[in-house]
Each structure stands twice: as structure tokens, then as C-alpha cells.
Design a protein around this ligand. Structure first.
Ligand code: ADP
Ligand code: ZN
Length: 299
């Protein structure tokens, strides 16, 4: 079946799992698969086999979008464009995803390559909680902390790409009689203080096992509010979306809003905080929907 609506391909290239899909419209994949991220050659072969099968069924792919785990070379002018940079993930350091896909797919398909969080930000801005906003920040709080940005609707890159998980944080642990930081690089950064592993290290149990009224959530909210405030001060977004596994904790986003209000000290004129600070609407789908939306932007 070949249709007149161009076929899009998307890859959510995660550090633990890969999601591949084809679609005519990003929110409605026609065909989708997911598999654990293995060694690069094997993982690419699985992705290529999926897209070949999809093309047999639906016709040629017109554009592909990839949202990858990082750090990655996302600068189209760089000779290493399309590759993963230094990573502890065995075999992936220096591996060029875009090159491998171009080689494996024969057809010269235009490919957009960006971070997983920038892709998620695009997904949320086009069909999720960030509709109608041109300056959007998407933060994920899980095993690590990362952030994607749309600046005047375009993904923000910079010299490499932002790594907001490593913004410096004040020590808020002391107030709680704790001193937990899980980042091996920094004495006190957002990821080191507020990621899922930080919560587990500090309180001796994963967040999913801590009750709603556990002090963990006040401290967590203080760190996340500080992060959101720093982004507000430095970069003035229209909306900040905070998601990831840790935000599944009931009531956490409300605590973040309360702490943010305190910390902001009335300085900024912002939308009501239940609109300014929200959880993402696409939830676990943001990455793959965003990768497909990234592809659509190439047409
Ligand atoms: P990843 O970052 O690996 O892609 P997730 O975004 O799902 O994965 O985040 C995983 C983290 O979220 C883990 O550290 C886990 O302990 C934490 N987490 C999962 N569920 C909850 C919950 N209900 N409350 C708080 N933390 C949670
Ligand atoms: Zn750090």
C-alpha cells in the first residue's frame, strides 16, 4: 500500500531500549517495535530490518528523525555528525548511528539527528502539553536528569547540547541531615542530588516505595524547583514540562510549584504555576512521537 501522505520514520535511541516506528502522522504510528539496546552493530541491524520491512509494507520512507541518548554529536557541520560521544556504554563511544543507517537503508533518506530530550520537547510542543508555545523546556527526571529546549520553536543546540542535569545546585541536603550526591563529576549538581538513584541512595529505598508524606518529596521538590528557577532566570521559557519516572510520584509536581513560588520571590511575571510548570502529556510516548515529529520537520 503506497499512500500520498509521506511516510515518516522515527527512532527513540535510548540507552536501555530502542523504539522504532513509521507513521504518516507522529501520534499514530502504523508500525512500531521496541527492543533492548545491545551492542551498536546488532542494534542497528535490528532497526534496519524493521525499517526494511516497513518499507515493503508501506512504501518508501521520506524522512527519518532520531532522538538519541547522549552525549551525541548533533552539529550537522561537524565531521562526526550522527555519532555518540564519550559514553560508558560499551561499544557506543564514537559510533555513528546516522552513518550506519544511511549505509544499511540504501535509499538516500534525509535524517534529522537530535537528543532524546530535544525530540521529546518537539513531541510535546507539536501534539502534547506544550502546544502553542515557542519556548519550551522538557525535563526528564529518571535514572539521570536531562533537558531539551525549543527556542523560538527550534531545538537549542549550542556548542554541544545543554546538559541541565549537571547545573550546580546549592546543598539543600544539610537541612534534612543528609549529604547525598551521586554524580561522580560534581560535588553538587541537579542530577547528583535529585535523580532516581540519588533518592534511593539518600533514603535507602527507591522513590516508588516512599510514601506520599515522606520527607524525601520536600527535598526533591526543592531541588527541582531550584533547577526550574535557574532555567527561568537564564533562559525565560514559556512553559517547563517536568517528567520521567520520578514525577510519577503523586503530588510531586504540586510541591515543585509551591517551592518554586517561594524561591522566585515574586520577581518574575509568569503564567499561573499550574500552567507554567506541568508534567508532559505524552508521558512515555514523548520520545518516539518527537522523533517522528522531527522527521516531519524535514519535509
Ligand atoms: P530512565 O531514566 O532510565 O529512562 P525512568 O524515567 O522511568 O527511566 O526513571 C526511572 C527512575 O524513576 C528510577 O530511579 C525509579 O526509582 C524512579 N521511579 C519510578 N517510579 C517512581 C515513583 N512512582 N515515584 C518516584 N520515583 C519513581
Ligand atoms: Zn554532575
Amino acid at each position: 500500500m503506497e499512500s500520498t501522505t509521506p511516510l515518516l520514520a522515527g527512532i527513540e535511541a535510548g540507552g536501555t531500549k530502542y523504539v522504532c516506528a513509521v507513521a504518516q502522522s507522529p501520534e499514530e504510528p502504523l508500525m512500531e517495535t521496541r527492543f533492548p539496546t545491545g551492542p551498536p552493530e546488532e542494534t542497528m541491524a535490528q532497526a534496519i530490518a524493521f525499517f526494511r520491512e516497513a518499507m515493503e509494507k508501506y512504501g518508501p520512507i521520506r524522512a527519518m528523525g532520531i532522538g538519541t541518548f547522549g552525549p551525541a554529536d548533533i552539529d550537522p557541520r561537524s565531521p562526526g555528525y550522527g555519532s555518540i560521544l564519550t559514553t560508558p556504554k560499551e561499544g557506543w563511544g564514537g559510533f555513528n548511528l546516522v552513518g550506519a543507517l544511511r549505509e544499511g537503508l540504501d535509499e538516500p533518506i534525509p535524517i534529522a539527528f537530535d537528543t532524546d530530550v530535544n525530540a521529546a520537547a518537539i513531541g510535546e510542543a507539536e501534539v502534547g502539553a506544550g502546544k502553542h508555545h515557542r519556548n519550551l523546556c522538557y525535563i526528564t527526571v529518571g535514572t539521570g536528569i536531562g533537558g531539551g529546549f525549543l527556542n523560538d520553536s527550534s531545538p537549542l543546540h549550542g556548542r554541544m547540547h545543554p546538559e541541565i542535569g549537571h547545573m550546580v545546585m546549592p546543598d539543600l541536603d544539610a537541612e534534612f541531615g543528609k549529604n547525598t550526591n551521586v554524580c561522580p563529576f560534581h560535588a553538587s549538581c541537579l542530577e547528583g542530588r535529585a535523580s532516581g538513584p540519588a533518592i534511593q541512595a539518600r533514603w535507602g529505598a527507591p522513590g516508588s516505595e516512599l510514601s506520599e508524606d515522606h520527607p524525601a518529596w520536600d527535598l526533591e521538590a526543592k531541588y527541582l524547583a531550584a533547577g526550574a528557577l535557574n532555567l527561568t532566570a537564564a533562559w525565560s521559557p514559556d512553559i517547563i514540562l517536568i517528567g520521567g519516572g520520578v514525577l510519577q510520584q503523586y503530588g510531586l509536581i504540586d510541591r515543585v510549584r509551591r517551592e518554586f513560588e517561594q524561591l522566585a520571590g515574586g520577581y518574575w511575571s509568569l503564567p499561573p504555576l499550574d500552567l507554567y510548570l506541568q508534567t508532559p502529556a505524552l508521558d512515555q510516548r514523548a520520545g518516539i512521537v518527537g522523533a517522528l515529529a522531527l522527521a516531519r520537520r524535514l519535509l
